[in-house]
Design a protein. Structure first.
Length: 324
């Protein structure tokens, strides 16, 4: 893996267009270096290795922005990266083999500047956190990095008992419950974070992702619309919104939001074109669908989804020639 750099293209932890065969012969130590254009890095940066819709391995960065994943079978994967200031960014595909040695390089673009008064991923209520509560929160973060979910839940509950208006602690508690598979407690924790701070975007995004996983697209769409209303320049949330809108059959909104995110030059937005292409197909606007598939291939030229888009383009060309 020496010298490899991955292109970031979309938010989403959802099934891709194709599933991959997982290698079983060799388990590997995978190293990932997360580089930020801003130069910032901390332990809040997390990487999850995905194959199809399944999570294979996950970990958090150290002080040098390195993430170590152990026992990874040979195969083709995507990485979902989240951290301070963004909900989740997905990389293109990477193959893991027994011959890899150096780290995979992943570059995170500088987030788009927010308008004055627009909140970041830090809740305003968290600015008043007592030191004892912050200490428990930091302890929980380390435990989450080590996948010690029960211990992390205990530490976060202690932080909340010290400071009941700790929105970030409730948000992270929701993440912990998600890892343990308790959807009910996950939803309760995330909703509590929102009740404390109605402008806390990460909780809306995590709640939307939970609803997407459960197929509850109307709720996910509503939550993402709230999030993008609070942070209209967050292209990551907007791309995710186009998917929820498509699955909720709001095709005109998919198309309009694709145009919005496309205007954000520093935001990976290939998947928005994917959603818009299928939205145009549902509206029987075939030529327009072809244009969106071409935009998608231009921005994401490799991988199963790019191959699928090329097949769609071939079908569209055949359809339009027969129509003429």
């Amino acid at each position: 893996m020496a010298g490899r750099r991955l292109v970031l293209f979309v938010v989403l932890v959802i099934p891709a267009a194709a599933q991959f065969d997982r290698g079983v012969s060799t388990n590997n130590h995978v190293r990932i270096h997360v580089a930020y254009s801003s130069g910032a890095c901390d332990g809040s940066t997390r990487v999850e290795l995905m194959q199809g819709a399944s999570s294979v391995s996950r970990g958090a960065s150290d002080k040098n922005c390195m993430v170590d994943l152990f026992g990874v079978p040979q195969g083709t994967y995507r990485m979902v990266i989240s951290g301070l200031g963004f909900a989740a960014i997905e990389t293109n595909e990477v193959s893991v083999t027994s011959f890899d040695s150096g780290p995979i390089e992943v570059n995170i673009p500088q987030p788009t500047a927010k308008a004055e008064g627009t909140p970041s991923s830090t809740s305003v209520t968290d600015l008043e956190v007592p030191k004892r509560a912050a200490k428990e929160f930091t302890k929980a973060s380390r435990q989450m990095e080590q996948q010690q979910w029960e211990a992390a839940a205990t530490s976060l509950q202690r932080a909340i008992s010290i400071y009941p208006r700790y929105a970030a602690a409730y948000n992270n508690l929701g993440v912990v419950y998600a890892r343990s598979g308790d959807r009910s407690k996950e939803a309760d924790a995330l909703k509590q974070a929102i009740s404390i701070d109605s402008r806390y975007v990460p909780a809306y995004v995590n709640l939307a992702r939970m609803n997407i996983a459960e197929g509850n697209f109307p709720e996910a769409e509503s939550e993402l619309k709230t999030a993008t209303g609070i942070q209209p320049q967050d292209g990551v949330v907007l791309v995710l919104l186009t998917y929820a809108e498509y699955m909720d059959h709001h095709y005109e909104e998919v198309i309009q939001d694709c145009k919005r995110v496309h205007a954000m030059n520093d935001v990976p937005h290939a998947f928005a074109h994917w959603s818009a292409a299928f939205a145009f197909e549902q509206r029987r606007e075939i030529a327009e669908a072809g244009e969106e598939f071409r935009n998608f291939v231009q921005e994401e030229p490799h991988g199963p989804r790019a191959d699928a888009a090329r097949r769609e383009l071939a079908n569209i060309a055949s359809f339009l020639s027969e129509k003429d």
